[in-house]
Write a protein that binds this ligand. Structure first.
Ligand code: NAD
Length: 371
C-alpha cells in the first residue's frame, strides 16, 4: 500500500489479534487505548478491563513499559499490540471506543526526538481518527494544558486560545497537540464523527517513570534517595497536580458524555501549589533528609498553571476527589517499592540497609493506613 506522499505504508501486523465478538452481540465495549502501556494509559486499561470491556492496547513502548500492563497480559479481555501510531493500523472486528494517549508527555522524552514527537501528535491523531471513522467508533484525544503555552490569563478556561512559542524547544509537543486538536475538529466537521478532546493538566501517581524529569516523580525519587531536590527557578512558579485515578475517571466520563459534547474539556486539579511547596511536602511525606538545589528555569517553562474545571463539572459532573497528601503517599509508596526492591541487598552498606528498612516500613504504614 502507498501513502499520499508515495512512501511505503507500514500497516501494523496484527495477525496475532483474534477477532473480538461483534458489538451488537454483547453489551460491553471493545476499546482501543493507544499509548496504553504508558503511565496514564495503563491505569485506563486497568479500569476498562475491570469494567468488563475488551481492551486492545497499542503502544510502541517509547516511554511505555511492559511492567505497567504485565498483570493484564494473561487477561482474556486484554490484548497488547506493539504498534507505532505514526503508521496506519488495521484491526479486525468491531471497535466502539478509541482513546488516543500515544505521545511521550515528559519534556525530556518529547524533546529528545522533536520531529518524532510532532509526527506522533499529528500522524498518530490522524490514524486514530481514521480507525474511528472506519469502525464508527467514538474517539478521544488526550490533549494537554500545554496548548495554552505560557498563559497570559489565569486560571485557564477552554476559551483561552493560548500563548505558545511556535519555534521553541517545547513547540514540537505544544504545537503538535494543537494541530491534533485541529485534526479532531476538522474530522468532526467533515465526517460527523463523535470526537472528544480532553485538555489534561499535570497528572501524577504510580507508574510515572523514575527518570523522566517530571516534577512529582523527580522530587519523590530524589527524596527517597536523600539526594538534593532540584527546583528549576526560585520555586515560586505554580502547578496544579491531579492524581491519576481522578484523571482516568474524567477521561471515562468525557468519552461517555452526550454525543454532541466534543469539548475541549479541561481535566485537572484546580488546587494550585508552588513548586517549592510540593518539594517541602514530598520531603516531609517521604521522611527524607534532602535539601533543595536550584537550577536555571528551562526556556518557555510556564510560570502559572491552574485549570478552570467548570465545564467538566457541569457537563460531566466531574471534579477531583483525591487530595495532594493522599496522592503523594500513594506515589511515594510506589516509588519506594520500585527503588528499594531493585537494589540487591549485597550492594548496600549497613547504613543504607537501615535506611531502606525504615523507608519500607514507611511504605507499609502508608499501605495499611485506612482510606
Ligand atoms: P507516557 O509517556 O507515560 O505515555 C505515553 C505512551 O505513549 C507510552 O506508553 C509511549 O510508549 C506511547 N507512545 C509514544 N509515542 C508513540 C507512538 N508513536 N506510537 C505508539 N505509542 C507511542 O505519558 P502519560 O503521562 O501517560 O501521558 C499520556 C497522554 O496524556 C499523552 O498523550 C500526553 O500528552 C497526555 N498528557 C499527559 C499529562 C501528564 O501530566 N501525564 C498532561 C497532559 C497531557
Amino acid at each position: 500500500m502507498k501513502t499520499e506522499n508515495g512512501r511505503q505504508n507500514l500497516v501494523a501486523n496484527v495477525s496475532g489479534v483474534r477477532s473480538l465478538p461483534k458489538a451488537g452481540h454483547h453489551s460491553k465495549k471493545t476499546v482501543v487505548v493507544a499509548g496504553g502501556a504508558g503511565f496514564i494509559g495503563s491505569h485506563l486499561c486497568d479500569r476498562l478491563v475491570q469494567k468488563g470491556c475488551d481492551v486492545i492496547c497499542l503502544d510502541n513502548l517509547y516511554t511505555g513499559d511492559m511492567s505497567n500492563i504485565r498483570p493484564l497480559l494473561n487477561h482474556p479481555r486484554f490484548r497488547f499490540v506493539q504498534h507505532d501510531v505514526r503508521t496506519p493500523v488495521v484491526l479486525p472486528g468491531p471497535i466502539d471506543r478509541v482513546y488516543n494517549l500515544a505521545c511521550a508527555a515528559s519534556p525530556r522524552h518529547y524533546q529528545s526526538d522533536p520531529v518524532g514527537t510532532m509526527m506522533t501528535c499529528t500522524l498518530g491523531a490522524r490514524h486514530m481518527l481514521d480507525l474511528a471513522c472506519e469502525k464508527s467508533a467514538r474517539v478521544l484525544q488526550a490533549s494537554t494544558s500545554e496548548v495554552y503555552g505560557d498563559p497570559e490569563v489565569h486560571p485557564q478556561s477552554e476559551d483561552y486560545l493560548g500563548h505558545v512559542n511556535p519555534i521553541g524547544p517545547r513547540a514540537c509537543y505544544d504545537e503538535g497537540k494543537r494541530a491534533a486538536e485541529t485534526l479532531f475538529f476538522d474530522y468532526r466537521r467533515l465526517y460527523n464523527i463523535p470526537i472528544k478532546v480532553a485538555r489534561i493538566f499535570n497528572t501524577y501517581g504510580p507508574r510515572m517513570l523514575e527518570d523522566d524529569g517530571r516534577v512529582v516523580s523527580n522530587f519523590v525519587v530524589q527524596a527517597l534517595r536523600d539526594e538534593p531536590i532540584t527546583i528549576y527557578g526560585d520555586g515560586t512558579q505554580t502547578r496544579s497536580f491531579c492524581f491519576v485515578d481522578d484523571l482516568v475517571s474524567g477521561l471515562e466520563l468525557l468519552m461517555e458524555s452526550d454525543e454532541e459534547f466534543a469539548g475541549p474539556c479541561n481535566l485537572g486539579n484546580p488546587h494550585e501549589v508552588t513548586i517549592r511547596e510540593i518539594a517541602e511536602r514530598v520531603v516531609s511525606a517521604a521522611g527524607s533528609k534532602s535539601a533543595v538545589r536550584h537550577m536555571p528555569l528551562p526556556q518557555d517553562d510556564p510560570k502559572r498553571r491552574r485549570p478552570l474545571i467548570d465545564r467538566a463539572l457541569t457537563r460531566l459532573g466531574w471534579r477531583p476527589t483525591i487530595d495532594l497528601d493522599r496522592g503523594l503517599k500513594e506515589t511515594i509508596g510506589y516509588f519506594c517499592l520500585k527503588i528499594f526492591s531493585s537494589i540487591a541487598v549485597s550492594e548496600l552498606s549497613q547504613v543504607q540497609l537501615a535506611t531502606r528498612k525504615s523507608k519500607q516500613n514507611t511504605v507499609l504504614q502508608i499501605k495499611r493506613k485506612p482510606e
